[in-house]
Design a protein. Structure first.
Length: 399
């Protein structure tokens, strides 16, 4: 079955070879045999194994009976994040001292810094820098309200993933000596789920059109999920995690069908869990979304336990953009690229210009400017102090 799949997994930058392997004919029950998912209405919630429609209250009551609630998201859909926040708020009301939230988007090596931020000992800007380093500065806006709620109510936040540096070391060692698997607790364990491997093969082929090293892709994916599963299980077994209900926020691909994080964690820690995913019929797509043209295999697996129908909207059309490429410089930051038709282009910024400060704030690295723009809205005007040809001048830019 060929369809466009909303990107909800951070694919490693090593997209390299192959296509789907052969498979036996299987009955497709990846949604619900009782419900046509594309006829669902906005905010309709379905229990997929039975096709039963649920109210919000019924859903939240069911979620409250679990030890782990996996919420699979599309990273750039603001409505997915609204669902996550609603789930967190409701479960917090039920368990004000018994809730924790884990994030795929944060690296476990930075757990200490996350704890400092939660305690008010790390600034908001430094936390955003941390998020940018672990994940993506551009996507922080989707999680801003969630993190604000967690901090204001002192809900434990768990960083689950491998760091970018750890992933790079893993890849380099695999390429050079094959020893990268030593970073896993079970280095001899291969990707042990035939259904997930079929789906990953299809995603890989659809994303890179069959070019590259699929073996590397599968092993990096294994590192990604094994690391998160180890950290989830370790937290639940720790004194601080004892008795906590853990909400895990991760890309939908890590949650869908139960063969990613749910299965890996259950192999380590046999506790009750459920999966909640979102679904967007074509009629509810509000602006252009990132998609892949993927021929996914038929799998004899339900998509998840619960499905919540939401619209799709990314925030690209609302975000303030300058439209430049930047690099470090001895003084300020240097423009190395100006996007045609961008705000920078329209207001005369040029390659080679040095941006010294923005709205009076000194700029020492490109991320400084990105953080300032993150706090601005499209349509606002900013004043830049630039240096061109050894002379300083001020330029006002309508974002």
């Amino acid at each position: 079955m060929k369809f466009f799949f909303l990107l909800c997994i951070l694919l490693p930058a090593i997209f390299l070879l192959t296509a789907c392997g052969s498979r036996q004919s299987q009955i497709r029950v990846d949604g619900s045999p009782y419900v046509d998912l594309d006829t669902m209405q906005r905010d309709e919630i379905i229990h997929l194994p039975t096709g039963t429609e649920l109210t919000r209250l019924e859903l939240f009551s069911l979620l409250a009976n679990e030890r782990i609630v996996y919420v699979g998201e599309g990273h750039d859909n603001i409505y997915d994040h609204q669902v996550e926040l609603e789930v967190i708020k409701n479960l917090y009301q039920r368990f004000p001292d018994g809730l924790a939230v884990g994030f795929e988007m944060l690296a476990h090596v930075n757990q200490g810094k996350v704890d400092l931020w939660l305690a008010g000992e790390l600034s908001e800007d430094d936390f955003i820098r941390l998020f940018a380093d672990d994940w993506s500065l551009a996507e922080f806006v989707y999680y801003r309200e969630i993190f604000a709620f967690l901090k204001s109510h002192q809900i434990p936040v768990r960083a689950l993933n491998v760091s970018r540096q750890g992933k790079m070391v893993f890849m380099q060692e695999l390429k050079s000596s094959g020893k990268g698997m030593d970073l896993l607790k079970n280095p001899k364990q291969l990707l042990d789920d035939p259904y997930q491997e079929q789906a990953l093969q299809a995603m890989f082929a659809g994303h890179v059109e069959g070019h590259g090293d699929v073996s590397m892709f599968l092993k990096v994916h294994q590192l990604w999920e094994e690391t998160m599963a180890d950290n989830i299980a370790a937290y639940l077994e720790s004194p601080t995690g004892e008795g906590k209900l853990l909400v895990v926020i991760a890309g939908g691909f890590h949650v869908a069908h139960g063969y990613g994080l749910p299965r890996r964690v259950f192999q380590r820690k046999k506790v009750p869990y459920c999966t909640l995913l979102t679904h967007t019929p074509a009629v509810l797509v509000e602006n252009e979304r990132r998609t892949m043209d993927v021929e996914f295999p038929d799998l004899p697996l339900y998509l998840g336990d619960y499905l919540w129908c939401v619209p799709y909207r990314n925030l690209k059309d609302q975000q303030a953009r300058l439209g430049v490429g930047l690099k470090d410089a001895e003084k300020g930051i240097e423009i190395v690229m100006v996007e045609a038709g961008s705000a920078a282009d329209k207001h005369g910024l040029k390659v080679g210009d040095l941006i010294i400060n923005c709205a009076g704030d000194e700029l020492k690295e490109p991320l400084d400017l990105s953080l300032l723009l993150l706090k601005r809205s499209k349509g606002e005007t900013i004043e830049l102090l630039i240096e061109r040809g050894g002379k300083e001048q001020k330029i006002k830019v309508l974002l």
